[in-house]
Ligand binder design. Structure first.
Ligand code: THU
Length: 133
């Protein structure tokens, strides 16, 4: 598991990112911060559409941004939301596919940690690239 110092830095980055969350329909604002193995932090937010189903969660937005920056290896993700919720099913799959088994820190809007978990625990017995071989 990533150390306390890294946890705090990631949570702070996710809180900062969350300020730009675009959620005019649900008013549920989410910020995420992804730590790369080369020690960079990539952040992102949820972005909603008036055609609700087109909305994108903070987790997947953040991962797409990191991939676009050429990042491929990841260590941990912090997700900050009201109440410190767990990621949706779609995001669990994408976290598994792109990041593998990383630490996932769930914190509330004040940065209080609600849970520290990991991809394997959130998506046991996952479908993945191994099934397509
Ligand atoms: N949302 C996230 O960004 N991440 C989560 O883990 C849960 C849900 C977003 C999607 C939508 O914009 C809003 O929160 C309400 O579902």
């Amino acid at each position: 598991m990533i150390d306390k110092n890294k946890q705090n830095i990631l949570i702070a980055a996710a809180i900062q990112a969350r300020r730009e969350a675009y959620a005019p329909y649900s008013h549920f604002y989410v910020g995420a911060a992804l730590l790369t193995k080369d020690n960079e932090i990539v952040t992102g937010i949820n972005m909603e559409s008036s055609s609700y189903g087109l909305s994108v969660c903070a987790e997947r937005n953040t991962i797409a941004t990191a991939i676009g920056k050429g990042k491929r290896d990841f260590e941990a993700m912090a997700i900050v939301s009201q109440g410190g919720v767990t990621p949706c099913g779609a995001c669990r799959q994408v976290i598994f596919d792109i990041c593998g088994n990383i630490d996932i820190i769930l914190a509330d809007e004040e940065g209080k940690i609600r849970e520290i978990t990991n991809t394997k625990a959130l998506l046991p017995n996952a479908f993945g690239d191994k099934n397509l071989a």
